[in-house]
Design a protein around this ligand. Sequence first.
Ligand SMILES: [Ca+2]
Ligand SMILES: [Ca+2]
Length: 96
Amino acid sequence: MMVIMQKNGVAVKDDSTGISYRRLDLAAALAHVFAATPPSNAIQFSEHLIAKDYAYAYGIAAADIDEDGDVDLTSADYTPHNILYLFENDSTGKFR
Ligand SMILES: [Ca+2]
Ligand SMILES: [Ca+2]
């Protein structure tokens, strides 16, 4: 996400506060992610099973929850479990 924002973000300055930030150019970001010939730094996705016996997921969120520099996942599933899960990234992209 950081790479996408750096390459496709549009610099914006709020004159009332003097704060500068980057706004995502969604069309440019989608073109970046789904490029026919991905750039060498393009984000790559592949499917991985990170939990079995998991019921229907209500959603999933990604953030560096333990602040160790990699992205962790959290999710909650439906009955019969009704559990909030934390999947900690082992820094190689595997979750436990
Ligand atoms: Ca982390
Ligand atoms: Ca980690």
